[in-house]
Design a binder for this molecule. Structure first.
Ligand code: HEC
Length: 108
């Protein structure tokens, strides 16, 4: 019985100490930016390049693009010309938003 109690206590302690800190919004914004950037580097780099200007396979220069966030989402959802739809982003609305934000941040 005593052993059971100790196990429960230790598990509770572990559970509490593993929870991420709540409510620090500076941190979540930084994470959003990081997510958008790393997703872009992962999925868009080959055609658009790090700064959006590469233009591989006829890709548009994202630094001079004037699309609204909704229009960017549409291109990412449906693809356009030689650009395939970004399926991974469609599966996760948070990732979609982060990448849209990052695309806009490429504009000067
Ligand atoms: C296989 C190459 C390729 C990949 C990968 C790719 N794109 Fe594109 N992208 C293109 C091409 C080509 C166009 C131009 C489409 C057209 O207008 O005919 C384009 C256009 C766009 C546009 C529209 C720009 C404008 O002003 O019209 C956006 C925004 C965009 N891409 C974002 C992304 C993002 C974000 C990713 C990663 C999730 C991505 N692209 C991945 C090739 C690619």
């Amino acid at each position: 019985m005593v052993l059971k109690g100790i196990t429960f206590f230790v598990l509770t302690l572990l559970f509490i100490s593993c929870k991420p800190p709540a409510g620090d919004c500076e941190e979540c914004e930084a994470e959003d930016e990081y997510t958008g950037k790393s997703l872009f580097m992962d999925q868009c780099l080959s055609c658009h390049g790090e700064d959006g200007k590469l233009g591989n396979s006829g890709a548009k220069d994202l630094s001079i693009s004037k699309l609204t966030p909704d229009e960017i989402k549409e291109v990412l959802s449906e693809g356009k010309g030689a650009m395939p739809p970004a399926l991974e982003l469609l599966a996760d609305p948070n990732h979609m938003d982060s990448v849209v934000q990052f695309v806009q941040s490429l504009r000067k």
